[in-house]
Ligand binder design. Sequence first.
Ligand code: GLY
Length: 362
Amino acid sequence: MKRKHQVTVVGGGVVGLAVAWRAQARGHEVTLVDPRPARGASWVAGGMLAPVTEAWPGEEEVLTLGEESLRRWPQFAEDLGGCGLSEKGTLVAALDSADLGVLDQLAAYLHSAGREAEKLTSRQLKRREPGLAGSLRGGLAVPGDLSVDNRALLDALRKPLDPIREEVVELGPETVRTTGRTLRGDLVVLAAGAWSARLHPALEHAVRPLKGEILRLRARRTTLGPPAHTVRAYAEGRPIYLVPRAGGELVLGATQYEAGFDEVVTARGVRELLEGAERVFPAIAEYELAETAAGLRAASVDNLPFIGRLPDGVFAATGHHRNGLLMAPITADAVLAALDGTPPPPGVAAADPARLREKESV
Ligand code: GLY
């Protein structure tokens, strides 16, 4: 039988919760610390599990890691009771000819990388999703990119856990000091998202907050229902997405700004999102605007997360950039592998924080 460990997880967003849940299920003794668990960027998120439509030339390791994690998602969601996992797939639409140029570039890259993405004319797009605007220039169908109800997921993940709701003051490889106590164990996992840089000097210049605003809207009795697929679009150079939820809700995201730790929803953010969305899916203009929210993605220097040991032995599980939900299952598996003393899952080696030291030494 494998040895059981005492694990302290710092951060109760989707990554920290997934790590804690999986480690606890494996029989490890887990303590989770977060003053506001299951909130932050994970609560705000659109819920896309989209390695292919998030892919970009030069970021092959992000794509590989995301796909490895996506493979784990159906079982992960099933173990948590489903969490609204949608396998309807994703459509990507272009508003004008410059946007179509961006889509063509993405399609060419995906084809060269052997990924599935079918080009669609404007008419084909509308046939698949009748509520889309007739004026769209064309699009792509990406059947493999999925979505999940992030809030149902967070609820399910935190159910078996009883977090300590205190601020972390200091941490080391075996000790976490909070505002109220000192916790000791065999492994400390740092999963504090955008705040990770403040908690560990090795991440000081490696992880930063990247603000994102989203809107939640609700179809009304008199309006067309939300699209069946996740719809992503380039609207005059601005990427947006519409992620349907059960019960007529639609998540519209997301802005992306370097704004430090600012979590205020701005009028400009709301305007940008609505303007773009209305031109892609006109019925949205009559939807109820149910919620506005902002969160801080944990951006990393190279858009790859940091999954692995920092120089002092703290295990980093942070810096997931736009892919926290997507990469939660593989990050949890990487922590389990470290606890078992086995090699990390495929794709994770590229996310080893050792790359920070390698960059420093060249
Ligand atoms: N994953 C989408 C976003 O970060 O907005």
